[in-house]
Design a protein around this ligand. Structure first.
Ligand SMILES: Nc1ncnc2c1ncn2[C@@H]1O[C@H](COP(=O)(O)OP(=O)(O)O)[C@@H](O)[C@H]1O
Ligand SMILES: [Mg+2]
Length: 466
């Protein structure tokens, strides 16, 4: 089954705005749809509705939901693109990729069965990766469908071209932004599809001044007074600890471990239960690398530690922040034997949930599970990488811009736009030269707004800064 964790009931609790309804309508008519818009305009929300309606119509095997990063995929109940396409992350030419895919009948059958493919955070893909996906989809399709983009599979992409650009892609690089290729144009710019611009500002709906300042950062047009507004939050205090956003994983680990050490309670250590289902050393090696990228070998936690959920548990969405209240042991009977199972009792904004181990799987080139790891789906919440935070709404964030290198286009905007208001930010050291937007992304986005009949000024484009 290609889709996990879709909850159509939860998805229906919010009333969509007019731009979201319009995009949903286009999807219902069978169009390919790219959902563009600022952080928090509700792209992922619409994507979830589309997924729910496609699953109801075609069945779950005909619908795949994916993202490049595992953390982004989890937010919409999907899988990584590489696991969907049965590929590891080696960079292959399109012909080699196709040849390897054709050797795997199960992968071909799975891709062939797809009627709808949804990719969240699609702007984190480079144009070369997107083109290769399209090529493979076309070539595994039945002969009479091979002339169609993605072999006739309906495609939905959701993303913000003005958030952080793909790794190694700049305005000058050979590889380009995802929308800057023939495959993208044939899917979304021709008769078969449309780029739908969502114009809402839902995450920041309660703080218009914050939304306005964020739009200035998003368009790379932050003036001195906007920067001052952000830096003025430097002495903010919060009732619960704010999440520090950093760029490097090693910095995040150091902060979390140091903070954990300051808590007086006893540490509970959850060692990952890794199970290998293959004996091939090379397959095992790759499987282990893939597992370690999403599951730490040991997770230590204490009562009162802040945590972030990475999988949906008891209706609580991945990305939700909570506080550990207790670690409990339950005895359960497994195959006539009594086994002690530990769960972390967490408080997620007043909702108490017992978080136990879940299964994280690694797949080989045929799409077969070759190893899995059982671990609690939690991260310590004192610090998080910006990369992992993309797509999340966080309750309170702290960023010291004098640490790390923030000059990548869209990175500052991605980090600042995780919260709902100025009251949820503690920022220091923000400078104008760190706020950069890709020229190529701005030009494409503006063009799409105008084509949609939306005045870019009405969608938050600020005046040029002198
Ligand atoms: N039409 C809407 N009305 C109210 N809240 C919404 C609406 N659409 C989305 N939201 C909420 O706004 C926040 C951001 O939505 P999300 O889909 O994650 O945005 P994006 O993917 O565009 O960054 C989420 O908390 C979501 O539930
Ligand atoms: Mg999103």
């Amino acid at each position: 089954m290609a889709v996990e964790g879709i909850d159509p009931i939860a998805a229906s609790a919010i009333t969509l705005d007019a731009s979201q309804e319009r995009a949903l309508g286009l999807f219902g008519e069978g169009s390919n749809v790219a959902l563009f818009g600022r952080a928090g305009c509700g792209k992922s929300e619409v994507l979830r509705r589309m997924i729910a309606s496609a699953v109801a119509k075609w069945g779950s095997d005909a619908v795949a939901v994916a993202a490049l990063a595992g953390s982004a995929a989890l937010l919409v109940g999907g899988q990584t693109l590489h696991s969907l396409f049965g590929m590891n992350t080696r960079r292959l030419s399109r012909e080699t990729w196709l040849r390897e895919t054709l050797l795997r009948p199960q992968v071909c059958a799975r891709l062939n069965a797809l009627r709808v493919l949804c990719i969240d955070e699609v702007c984190t893909l480079s144009s070369s990766l997107f083109s290769r996906l399209g090529y493979v989809m076309r070539r595994v399709a039945p002969p009479h469908m091979q002339h169609l983009p993605f072999g006739g599979c309906q495609l939905v992409g959701a993303g913000d071209p003005l958030q952080v650009a793909p790794v190694h892609v700049t305005d000058e690089s050979m590889d380009r932004m995802v929308f800057d290729c023939f495959t993208w144009r044939s899917v979304f710019d021709g008769g078969a599809g449309k780029v739908a611009c969502l114009t809402g500002a839902h995450r920041q709906a309660q703080d218009a001044t914050f939304q306005n300042a964020l739009d200035r950062v998003r368009w790379g047009r932050a003036d001195r007074s906007t920067i001052e507004l952000f830096n003025a939050t430097s002495s903010a205090t919060f009732s619960a600890p704010a999440t520090k956003l950093r760029i490097l994983k090693s910095a995040v680990q150091d902060i979390n471990h140091a903070k954990l050490a300051t808590l007086p309670s006893l540490a509970h250590v959850f060692v990952a239960h890794d199970v290998m289902l293959s004996t091939d050393p090379q397959v095992m090696d790759e499987a282990l690398t893939s597992l370690r990228s999403c599951v730490d070998v040991s997770f230590s936690v204490k009562v009162d530690a802040p945590v972030i959920l990475t999988r949906k548990v008891d209706g609580v969405a991945p990305g939700t922040r909570g506080i550990v209240r207790d670690v409990i042991q339950n005895s359960v009977i497994v195959e006539d034997e009594e086994v002690l199972v530990e769960s972390v009792m967490c408080d997620f904004a007043g909702v108490r949930v017992g978080v136990g181990r879940v299964r994280f799987s690694a797949y080989d080139h045929t799409g077969t599970e070759v190893a899995y790891s059982e671990q609690v789906p939690l991260l310590l919440g004192w610090a998080l990488t910006v990369h992992r935070s993309q797509g999340l709404t966080l309750d309170a964030v702290e960023i010291d811009f004098t640490l790390d290198s923030w000059t990548t286009c869209g990175l500052v905007y991605t980090a600042l736009s995780r919260v709902r208001s100025f009251a949820a930010l503690r920022v220091s050291g923000l400078r104008r030269d760190l706020i950069r937007a890709s020229r190529c992304a701005l030009a494409y986005y503006e063009k799409k707004l105008v084509e949609e009949g939306i005045n870019p000024v009405d969608d938050g484009r600020p005046p040029v800064v002198g």
